[in-house]
Write a protein that binds this ligand. Sequence first.
Ligand code: GLU
Length: 326
Amino acid sequence: MEDQTSARPAPGAHAPNGLGAGRYAPSPSGELHLGNLRTALLAWLFARASGRRFLMRIEDLDRARDAGAGERQLDDLAAIGIDWDGAAVLQTTRGADHDAAIGRLAAAGLVYECSCTRRDILAAPSAPHAPPGAYPGTCRDRTDEERAAARAAILPRKPALRLRAPEGVHALEFDDLVLGRTRGDIDDFVLRRGDGTVAYNLAVVVDDAAMGVNQVVRGDDLASSTPRQILLQRMLDLPSPPAVEYAHVPLVLGPSGARLAKRDGAVTLAQLRDDRVGAGEVLSTLAASLGLAAPGEPVTTAQLLDRFDASTLPREPWVWRVGAER
Ligand code: GLU
C-alpha cells in the first residue's frame, strides 16, 4: 500500500505546476485581526484566480513572539475558508538557507559589519544624495583594523551585518498590480541583527524563492521594503520582477483613521465569536468591503473566487466601524 505521508510533498517543496505560487506570511505576534484576514483573503484570491498554488509561511524569526499564535492564526484562516497547499513552513526552520545567502553575499564582498546603535545612526550626518532615514554609511568603508577595534569597543554587543548596496543607487522602481509603478528607497540595510536574528528582508526573499513563490500579495505598509527585496533578489540571482509579481493591498483602518489595532474593539475572530459573530459572517463582511458581495450576503470563498477581478479592487483603505455592515 502506498505510504500517503511520504507521497505528500515536503513543506515548501511542492512539485511546480508551471504557474508558481502565491503565499501568506504572517508574523505570529498574536491573533490575526480583520485587516490581516482581509489581506490573507486577497492573497488567496490573487493566487487561486491566477491558477497558482497558495502557500503558508509563519514568520517566527523573532523568538520573543508567542509560540502558539501561528497555530491559532492558521485555524482562523481555515475558519473563514482559506486553504493552502502543503504544510505551513516555519521560518525558523530555514536558517541554513538564510546563512548560505548571507555567506554568498559576503563572499562577493557585499556584506559589512556595522557597530552603530540606532542613536549613532540618528546622530551621524547623512550621506550626500541619500534618502532621508538611509543608513549614513558610517561603517561601510572601514579597514580590517578599524573594524576589529569597533567590534571590541561594543562588546558584549555584537555587530550587525549590512548589505553593501551598489554605489550611487538610492532608489528602485517596480510595477505593482495595485499601486502601479512604485518607487522606493534603497540603502545599506541590515541582513542580520547584532543578536544574530536574520532580518526580514533577507529571510523573505530567500524563503519566497525557495518555496517557488512568484506572486507576493501583502499590506501596502510593506511596499517601501520591496525595492530592497528586489535588490537582494538580483544580487542573489533569484527570480525578480517581472518573473515575480507584487500586489500591495490597502490596509484596514480603525474608527480613528489609524491602522486597525486590538484596541479598536472586537477585531479578531475569537472576539467576534464572543459577540456572536461567526466566521461566515466575518467572511461576508470582508467580501462586502472588497465589493465582492452585498452587505450581509452569505458567501463562500469558492464563490468569491468566481467573482474576483483584481482590476476592480478598491484602492482606498477600508475603515472598520464596530457594528458596521453586520
Ligand atoms: N510577516 C510580515 C508581516 O506579518 C509579512 C511579510 C510579507 O508578506 O512579506 O507583516
